[in-house]
Design a binder for this molecule. Structure first.
Ligand code: COA
Ligand code: ZN
Length: 299
């Protein structure tokens, strides 16, 4: 049975966009519950300005509260200051964020594309010297909410540069959920051809109800690592139109039905969805949830 790695991003991409302020202690508890279901990797926090993203305040407390041997934990860092804070907190893996367009970088992290490229490269180089794993996102990789369709050659070029700077993995992100499976096929075919599937991961949002279809398409292109978010939480506060992420329960359900191994206990995941609802104070859940719950009740 082939294994697919799920990188849970709900504690970061999900909670950053919620109106509820979830405390660092509750975020660490959520991460522990996620790991207890068998999830192997979690993006636990972002070391960003609390003025820009108040919901991520206390990222250092989240990292400090975790058993770092329990899973592959990473933290998002937007600049060198964030990197240094993550390192000081004890993070063993970081993710830098490079948006594929100039405007998106400015809106997200107040730097133009050229500066962001330099900063991301410097962080990846420093991480390598520090023995910290460095991963890179190439976000708005298909469509930018400000500049529209992103040319494929640009995504290939930025990915190439992130690997050259020392990224061990590049995650290609459809940040606003505007991609369709034929675009995914074209982009990931080109990416896999140049970089190989093993160093790439995919990140989809479900804005147009195509996240699962896009994940399937990336899987067909050979991708075996996906970001997803428990209960389908998510969105980027700086990217208009970004709705929830691909829900972890939808992804895992798809993968198990198609015969892939994830190591994740889907029944246990459903209980975490209920827990998330109590944290954020509203209904959450992927599109497969009603079916999963009825199957659970019948068993
Ligand atoms: N973490 C915490 N604080 C930070 C920081 C970081 N990584 N980087 C800068 N700051 C602080 C500075 O110390 C300064 O604080 P002060 O006002 O108390 O002096 C303030 O933020 C402004 O610093 P500056 O370097 O001028 O940053 P900026 O205003 O240009 O904002 C970012 C740049 C990157 C800090 C900000 O845009 C940000 O945090 N963006 C995150 C976006 C995000 O998380 N998007 C979703 C995930 S992709
Ligand atoms: Zn996202």
């Amino acid at each position: 049975m082939e294994t697919v790695v799920v990188n849970e991003v709900g504690p970061r991409d999900g909670l950053q966009n919620e109106s509820a302020q979830v405390t660092p202690g509750d975020r660490a508890e959520l991460i522990r519950r996620l790991v207890a279901t068998g999830i192997p990797a979690v993006e636990v926090a972002s070391f960003v300005s609390p003025k820009a993203v108040p919901k991520m305040a206390g990222a250092d407390e989240v990292v400090a509260a975790l058993d770092l041997d329990a899973a592959d934990f990473s933290a998002l860092v937007p600049n060198m200051k964030g990197y240094e804070m993550a390192r000081a907190a004890g993070a063993r893996a970081v993710a830098v964020v490079l948006s594929a367009t100039d405007t998106m970088n400015r809106k997200n992290i107040n730097m133009d594309l050229t500066t962001t490229l330099r900063v991301c490269s410097e962080i990846l180089e420093q991480a390598r010297r520090d023995g910290i794993s460095g991963r890179a996102y190439v976000s708005v990789a298909v469509t930018c909410p400000f500049e529209g369709r992103v040319p494929e050659f640009r995504v290939l070029d930025l990915t190439r540069r992130m690997f050259a700077a020392g990224a061990f993995e590049v995650t290609i992100a459809d940040t606003i959920g505007a991609a369709n499976p034929s675009q995914v096929k074209e982009l990931f075919t080109a990416l896999v051809e140049e970089f190989g599937a093993r160093r790439l991961a995919a990140h989809f949002h479900d804005t147009r109800a195509l996240a699962l279809a896009n994940a399937w398409q990336a899987l067909e292109c050979g991708i075996r690592k996906f970001d997803s978010s428990i209960g389908g939480l998510g969105g980027c506060p700086f990217a208009p139109g970004a709705a929830g992420n691909l829900a972890t329960e939808d992804l895992v359900s798809l993968l198990h039905q198609a015969g892939f191994h994830t190591g994740i206990d889907l029944e246990a995941l459903l209980e975490v969805v209920t827990h998330v609802r109590s944290l954020v104070g509203h209904d959450v859940g992927g599109r497969t949830l009603p079916w999963l719950r009825s199957r659970h009740a019948a068993a």
